[in-house]
Design a binder for this molecule. Structure first.
Ligand code: GLC
Ligand code: GLC
Length: 817
């Protein structure tokens, strides 16, 4: 069942009924001001940090699931009837409804009682505000007298404190209303020099700023007292819950349309010029007034909207494909790239599943996210890499997370996730391949942000690699520490106490439990480091790296191979995890994906054997599950993985993030049919037709789809902010379509379904645009036999870097395999 459809031309997803199974959301903003917005205008906004500078209040895990948002009410002043043009919160039946989620904007249109309404929500580039452009049209035969009410609830800045510290918060709320603009200034009187404002382009009939006056006692947003009676109370908030509501009267002749612009924004004043006069307590509005005036003018709003469109056209234009598959095309060309930018901007902070008050930026997560956006914003990727590296420890280890505002390692979580350091090598490698900016390796970068400890970035990579060598276990495999990529495989935790964190509780000395996954990652990252070292003229480093990798490969063959697949780990008793001798959890996805991606077993058939075992034991029609059999009970020695009921999350859910590893592995063994088939099982557009099972948005990937052991097999959760975004994007663009960045050029190595006859990729790379036509006349799955550049055949399959020119470089590749 579908709840809407794609409009690929306009790069929008069009939701055609408001009661989607879950709120289907979009992001507003891509720089410093952000909002999440659902298809019924739910959600909230914040400046930079979703926890510390929350502008509007939102209550998670509510009923209805999504309540609180950017609401408008329309009221017919003759009959007293009122409704929400975005359906929520009144949920009045609408005669027409349509929500268009686009790139950085959302437009909700509806019609009710022959009154049409349309609201466009977006954040102009370069600004710290959002615009709601509202248009209302009378389709009746008679004139109509309407009232429009806006409604937002202000958050008292720190979202965590806002939701808990009521003994204080019920007393601190303060606002000002001047010239029709509502200013929210709680705590401005003391240590803050920032405030929020909510402005409206039309003359007000009234306003409200005290929530409980606007709503009335024992009433809610579906029936606010001010709207019901058709008149604001002009309330001023003193404590309790500051709120923003404008009341505008609109009279419309038949077929007449009127436009109202609302601007919700965040503003900072210089600390010494906060107040009108030093002895006053009123906000100095001199610097904010011109901004408000600018965006209450429709022409400026339209121009800002156009710039936003051009911004996204520019970013998405860097990689565009035309293939025989519509789901691949639209997800690659539009939505997956867009989702990668969301993970870049927001990491794992704010979605309908991430409450915005939780974690900082993950070291592992952020490095992997790079794979998905480095081609779109290379300069910002560079900055991100240097920020990440600056949190690294002298030992080469990494703080598992850092705080984006301070850019410092998070001491509460600490370190010892022993896979972490290697992701830095892979992130830097991806950056170098995209940009050719070798100078980054010489950038002085501190350890733990300590001044004076600076070493070239290259030295950070060496220490990442060495970190593992200094932490080998009884079999010669890397010790796992608190966890590796799988946060929930906690082999040193042994926690019996409810509520204890599985990630930070350590009851074992950590000298026994080992990870075959890290061994594979070590080999893969080490191979990149060896190339980087050699290209930098550090041949000795390269030799040493390769020698250590060779040793590790031998150990993997000896202790990491189970006969038909790779073992996952060894527990604290030295017993295998993910082996046929285990009762449950006999085979895991991660070690199959990572070891094959590292090139292990490609020569002797073990890679294929491992992938066939994945196909046999782990693949389902909804994606590849994490392990089998699922853990049916809690195992003290395995930790959080066995805390989840079977089929969910890391306990045998389809953890979409690592499905691409298997897909890349399949491309490495030349299996284009299977690689694409796996990709389609999790591709959200391909799952659109089973919307009632999938339930999440059909335009973005979710972190997890319930596995076959779950009663809700096929149901997705935790959409948007997941490493799945970057990995799927990287996999389909670079390994299936096979237009792969490399240190010295652009490799053309597609591994595609045999039935594809041709496809074309347009790729901007190091100053040039390549238009690459791939032909597959013989129905092969892999093997470029002929490569023509501007009509001339070249040897090999790497397009060399060349001086930038204005017209595109025309490339033709023929698969003969
Ligand atoms: C979450 C975490 C990620 C981890 C994964 C598997 O997605 O953000 O760091 O690798 O879960 O546990
Ligand atoms: C939980 C989640 C996992 C996540 C971890 C760290 O364990 O299941 O996916 O990576 O928390 O936040």
């Amino acid at each position: 069942m579908r709840y809407g459809h794609f409009d690929d031309q306009r790069r929008e997803y069009v939701i055609t009924r408001p009661d989607t199974p879950l709120p289907w959301m979009n992001y507003l903003g891509c720089e410093f001001y952000f909002g999440i917005i659902s298809n019924t205008a739910g959600g909230y906004s914040f400046y930079r940090d979703a926890r510390l500078r929350r502008l509007t209040r939102y209550r998670y895990n509510n009923a209805p699931f999504d309540s609180g948002g950017r609401y408008l009410y329309l009221r017919d002043n003759d009959t007293g009837e009122f409704w929400s043009p975005s359906w929520q919160p009144t949920r009045t039946k609408l005669d027409k409804y349509e929500c268009r989620h686009g790139l950085g904007y959302t437009i909700i249109r509806s019609s009710c009682k022959k009154i049409e309404a349309q609201t466009s929500y977006f954040v102009p580039l370069g600004e710290t505000l959002e615009i709601w452009k509202f248009r209302v049209t009378n389709r009746r035969k008679k004139p109509v007298k309407l009232s429009v009410f806006s409604s937002i609830e202000f958050c008292l800045w720190d979202a965590q404190d806002d939701a808990t510290n009521f003994q204080r918060n019920f007393n601190t709320g303060q606002v000002e209303v001047v010239d029709g603009v509502i200013y929210h200034k709680t705590e401005y009187r003391e240590r803050r020099n920032h405030f929020a404002y909510f402005a409206c382009s039309k003359k007000l009939a009234g306003f409200d700023t005290q929530r409980d006056t606007f709503l009335g006692a024992y009433r809610s947003w579906d029936n606010p007292a001010a709207v019901a009676r058709g008149k604001s109370f002009n309330s001023i908030a003193h404590g309790w819950a500051p709120h923003g509501s404008h009341h505008v009267k609109v009279n419309l002749k038949p077929r007449e349309t009127k436009e109202i612009i609302f601007v919700l924004g965040y503003h900072e004043n210089p600390a010494d010029r906060k107040f009108n006069r030093p002895d006053s307590q009123t906000i100095n509005k001199k610097t904010v007034r011109p901004i408000i005036a600018k965006y209450l003018d429709g022409r400026n709003v339209d121009a800002a909207f156009e710039s936003l469109r051009r911004y996204w056209d520019g970013l998405l234009g860097i990689y565009q494909v035309r293939s025989p598959d519509i789901h691949a095309n639209r997800i690659v060309n539009i939505w997956n790239a867009y989702q990668c930018m969301a993970t870049f901007n927001l990491s794992r902070s704010a979605s309908f599943y991430e409450s915005g008050i939780g974690r900082g930026l993950g070291f592992r997560d952020s490095n992997q996210d790079l794979l998905g956006f480095v081609h779109m914003v290379p300069a910002r990727a560079r900055e991100r890499i240097l920020d990440l590296a600056a949190t690294q420890l002298q030992s080469g280890g990494a703080f598992h997370q850092y705080q984006p505002l301070t850019k410092r390692g998070n001491h509460n979580l600490g370190s010892n996730f022993n896979d972490d350091p290697h992701w830095l090598i892979l992130g830097v490698a991806a950056y170098l391949k995209e940009t050719g900016d070798w100078k980054i390796l010489d950038e002085p970068v501190p350890f733990e942000n300590a001044p004076g400890s600076e070493q070239p970035l290259y030295e950070h990579l060496r220490r990442s690699f060495n970190y593992t060598l200094e932490r080998l276990g009884p079999h010669g495999l890397p010790l796992i520490g608190r966890a590796d990529w799988n946060d929930c495989l906690n082999l040193n935790c042994f926690s019996n106490t409810p509520g204890q964190s599985f990630q930070t509780t350590t009851n074992k000395d950590g000298k026994v439990a080992e990870s075959v996954f890290i061994a594979g990652l070590f080999v893969r990252a080490g191979k990149e480091l060896a190339v980087i070292a050699r290209k930098r003229g550090q041949g000795e480093d390269a030799e040493r790296c390769l020698a250590e990798i060779a040793k590790m490969e031998t150990v993997i063959y000896q202790h990491g191979w189970d006969g038909e697949w790779f073992v996952r780990a060894y527990d604290d008793f030295g017993r295998p995890v993910g082996s046929k001798i285990c009762d449950e959890g006999k085979i895991f996805i991660e070690s199959q994906g990572m070891c094959v991606m590292a090139g292990i077993g490609l020569q002797d058939g073990k890679a294929k054997l491992s992938l066939n075992s994945v196909n046999k034991h782990l693949a389902t029609r909804h994606g590849i599950v994490l392990q089998q059999p699922a853990y049916s009970k809690y195992y003290l020695h395995l930790g959080e993985i066995s805390s989840y009921p079977p089929g969910y999350k890391e306990n045998a859910g389809v953890f979409c993030h690592n499905n691409p590893w298997i897909i890349i592995a399949e491309t490495m063994v030349g299996n284009g049919n299977r690689a694409f088939d796996y990709y389609m099982r999790i591709n959200p557009s391909a799952r659109e037709k089973i919307g009632e099972i999938h339930r999440c948005e059909p335009y973005v990937f979710a972190q997890m789809i319930a596995g076959k052991d779950a009663p809700t097999h096929g149901e997705a959760k935790n959409s948007w902010l997941t490493g799945t975004a970057a990995w799927t994007y990287f996999t389909v663009t670079q390994w299936i379509l096979g237009i792969r960045t490399d240190y010295d050029g652009l490799r053309v190595d597609p591994v595609i379904p045999a039935k594809w006859k041709r496809f074309t990729v347009t790729r901007r790379f190091r100053g040039n645009t390549y238009v690459i036509k791939v032909k597959n006349p013989k129905g092969k799955q892999r093997g470029v036999k002929k490569l023509l550049v501007d009509g001339k055949e070249i040897a090999g399959n790497v397009l060399p870097v060349c001086p930038p020119r204005s017209d595109p470089i025309r490339v033709e590749a023929v698969l003969e395999g």
